[in-house]
Design a protein. Structure first.
Length: 290
């Protein structure tokens, strides 16, 4: 590898071997985006996983990215509302990301939190970002090195002039309630894909968005390795919607929806949007209307 050059990505996903080969490379930033949840449905609560990151370990050199606070907009009506450009810039820069960085994101779950952070980066025009395929589960199960303890101070960039981070113009990668409603009524057609694993909704919950096709995030990964399905297996999973002109994915709060969005990107579908707020926002509007 040429000194001073960031590793080059060729896919939205990188393998554990790719990351092992590039750990320590100039301008590679590895982020642990894990979030831990408790409860189901309307009783769900979310907790930052920084304690687990510090006490149970992380990929060596990885920094903890807090999706609950730093990479979400405070004071929103629903959890995990995407941040504005200034907040995103500040959160990314705090972790040592510059405009010349290559960023790899992972989490310790099925991949929904790393996929969400990946989607946020892409929505602000930052394309040099990928998700670790299989996440921390696969990394750990393969016996790869794990570091315990805090890692708080980002390394200084190798080029002193490269320390700033500026977001690009926000891309149209998000859907809001009005867009989803137009898909429901047929005014502006789109295939609505429900991505949340059913168990996360619990037994007693309001209805999901009418006309949705359930393609849950947990069915898009190999249960043994936690890695994404590939090729014909992935195509079969999306067979019901892959021909749609536009696909809007959603879940409970907009995390598992990003697993489906990433998988569709791997398949080459370039008109995918994530419903930010997802069911938390949809149910809120239903209550306001009643």
């Amino acid at each position: 590898m040429v000194a001073g050059m960031a590793p080059v990505l060729t896919s939205p996903l990188v393998s554990t071997q790719w990351l092992a080969d590039h750990l320590g490379a100039d301008e590679l930033v590895v982020l642990d985006a894990s979030v831990h949840t408790a409860g189901t449905g309307l009783q769900t609560t979310w907790h930052a996983a920084q304690d687990a990151y510090e006490q149970h370990g992380h990929v060596p050199g990885a920094r903890y990215a807090d999706l609950i606070t730093a990479f979400s907009e405070p004071g929103s009506h629903v959890p995990f509302t995407r941040p504005g450009a200034e907040r995103f810039e500040a959160a990314a820069a705090e972790l040592g990301v510059t405009n010349t960085s290559t960023v790899v994101v992972y989490d310790d779950s099925v991949g929904e939190w790393s996929a969400r952070l990946w989607w946020i980066f892409r929505s602000f025009g930052f394309d040099s970002v990928a998700v670790l395929d299989g996440g921390f589960t696969k990394w750990r199960d393969e016996g790869r090195p794990v570091r315990v303890g805090a890692l708080r101070t980002p390394a200084a960039p190798s080029d002193p002039g490269a320390g700033a981070f500026l977001a690009g113009e926000e891309r149209a990668l998000w859907a809001d309630h009005d867009r989803v409603l137009r898909a429901v009524t047929g005014e502006e057609p789109a295939s609505l894909v429900f991505a949340a694993p059913w168990a996360t909704l619990g037994d007693d919950h309001p209805p999901i968005v009418p006309g949705s096709t359930p393609i849950t995030a947990d069915t898009l990964v190999n249960p043994d390795t936690n890695a994404y399905l590939r090729g014909s297996d992935l195509e079969r999973a999306f067979a019901a919607v892959i021909g749609a002109g536009e696909i809007v994915t959603y879940c409970g709060v907009g995390s598992a929806a990003c697993v489906d969005a990433l998988a569709l990107t791997v398949l080459g579908h370039d008109r995918v949007k994530v419903y930010d707020g997802s069911l938390a926002d949809w149910w809120r509007h239903e209550q306001l209307a009643s």
